[in-house]
Design a protein around this ligand. Structure first.
Ligand code: PGA
Length: 266
């Protein structure tokens, strides 16, 4: 069965509630009737429920940008998966390189503060399990640094991330997960990964999933590419056999650009 393309917009730390509602309303009009592509927007935590209200009844789903693995308790700053669900979210992004503390091409300069964000593959895995437990769907992100790519370690890094990030899911959970391959050096830099190469790495990810969960699940799981996806490069990337969608940052902040990418997936 062909995999349904999935385009998700990660708004990151952008848009006030008012601005987000305006963007959501504009998007809603532009994507009305598109039902051959899954579409989601992931605003900040504080805007979730209002954006959820704005897109209610439309074909746009709501996602959050991170979660914690505990249900409740004395965990200042954290947000439980059940709270995201309560706010209307269906999706949560886990393990984005920005929450992992892997900051694009400036990672070397920030070496001393990388641990601030403290995300590890094991916490990605715990967060994903906690999200599944309440019925949220996950977009699990992985990706290599420029230095890792230049050292020829891309596949090794990706395989290691995936093996821990995806460990121990039930088959039903694994079937529903979405993976986002996001080379860190391509995020927010305008340096998109070559489509052939992005497809190749997505193929490596699919192979790991096959080893972990079998051929049927590996064939069903959607793998997005993320990193400087724009309307003018979307169709080429999304036309590749192993790329089933996109996780979009900057271009998700403008309705016409985001819709251009969604159209590139059709
Ligand atoms: P970008 O971000 O589209 O701005 O490169 C992608 C992402 O971080 O998901």
């Amino acid at each position: 069965m062909p995999r349904k393309p999935f385009i998700a917009g990660n708004w990151k730390m952008n848009k006030t509630i008012c601005e987000g509602i305006a963007l959501a309303n504009e998007l809603k009009g532009l994507v009305e009737g598109i039902n051959d592509v899954d579409i989601a927007v992931c605003p900040t935590f504080v805007a979730l429920s209002k954006i959820g209200d704005a897109i209610k009844g439309s074909n746009i789903m709501l996602g959050a940008q991170d979660t914690f693995w505990k249900e409740s308790g004395a965990w200042t700053r954290q947000i439980a998966p059940g709270m995201l669900l309560d706010a209307g979210a269906k999706w949560v992004i886990i393990g984005h390189s920005e929450t992992r503390g892997r900051f694009g091409t400036v990672d070397a300069e920030l070496e001393g503060v990388l641990n601030y964000f403290g995300e590890k593959d094991i916490t990605v895995n715990m967060k994903a399990k906690a999200a599944f437990a309440v019925g949220l769907n996950t977009i699990i992100a992985c990706g290599e640094l420029l230095s890792e790519r230049e050292a020829g370690k891309t596949d090794e890094v990706i395989v290691a991330q995936m093996k821990t990030d995806l460990a121990g899911f039930s088959n039903e959970q694994a079937m529903k997960m979405v993976i986002a391959y996001e080379p860190v050096w391509a995020i927010g830099t305008g340096k998109v990964c070559d489509a052939e190469e992005a497809d190749r790495v997505c193929g490596v990810i699919r192979k790991v999933i096959k080893e972990m969960y079998g051929a049927e699940i590996a064939e069903a799981v959607r793998i997005q590419y993320g990193g400087s996806v724009k309307p003018d490069n979307a169709a080429e990337l999304l036309g590749k056999p192993n790329i089933d969608g996109a996780l979009v940052g900057g271009a998700a902040l403008k309705a016409s650009d985001f819709v251009g990418i969604i159209k590139g997936a059709r």
